[in-house]
Design a protein around this ligand. Structure first.
Ligand SMILES: [Zn+2]
Length: 185
């Protein structure tokens, strides 16, 4: 194998491992059941984003009120108002938060089974989620890029389970991939 091919192969294995690790830590009964409505997704986002309580995005203060009619948090110190999705990829999206959760798990599953080409077409997603082609395409490209970023918020929200296997430092990427593949969900 020449240098370039070898490098590509390593990159691919690492990507596959990454997707499979996400897949193996999805909720046992699926994202749809674990998060049955928008409110449950919002609660999950809050607990992942601010594990020790909501903090002001502007000044970091933790004395925060909630403006119910507008579903916004308000800092009691600097008066800044912000939503739970402010500053995230889900911000100002027309898509429901739950749809982001479900689409993310779809994107993960498609990569694990090598179905990106057939399962993640703009038209297919548009039809499945009842959104426009443009919105579906944007959703897909955003998720494919962002989910693999370390510390991604959406990933942390939907990957609720612990891996049932631990990586042995001596394991080669291929071996770890196989261990993961046969690991209990
Ligand atoms: Zn503030």
């Amino acid at each position: 194998m020449n240098q370039k091919r070898r490098k590509e192969r390593v990159v691919n294995v690492e990507a596959l491992i990454d997707w499979l690790e996400m897949y193996r830590t999805l909720p046992i009964g699926g994202v749809q059941n674990a998060f049955p409505n928008t409110a449950s997704c919002q609660r999950r986002l809050v607990e992942v984003r601010w594990p020790s309580g909501v903090k002001c995005l502007s000044c970091g203060n933790s004395n925060i009120g909630f403006v119910k009619p507008r579903s916004l948090y308000q800092c009691r110190s600097c008066r800044t108002q912000f939503s739970v999705t402010a500053g995230t990829i889900m911000h100002r999206s027309r898509l429901d938060l739950r749809m982001w959760f479900i689409a993310a798990s779809d994107v993960i599953g498609a990569h694990v089974y090598g179905l990106e080409e057939s399962h993640l077409t703009g038209h297919g997603l548009a039809e499945r989620y009842g959104i426009s082609y443009v919105a579906a395409h944007r959703l897909k490209t955003t998720l494919m890029k962002d989910l693999r970023q370390p510390g991604n918020l959406l990933r942390a929200c939907i990957c609720t389970e612990e891996l049932s296997v631990t990586r042995d430092p001596r394991q080669k990427p291929d071996e770890w991939y196989e261990t993961l593949w046969y690991a209990k969900p």
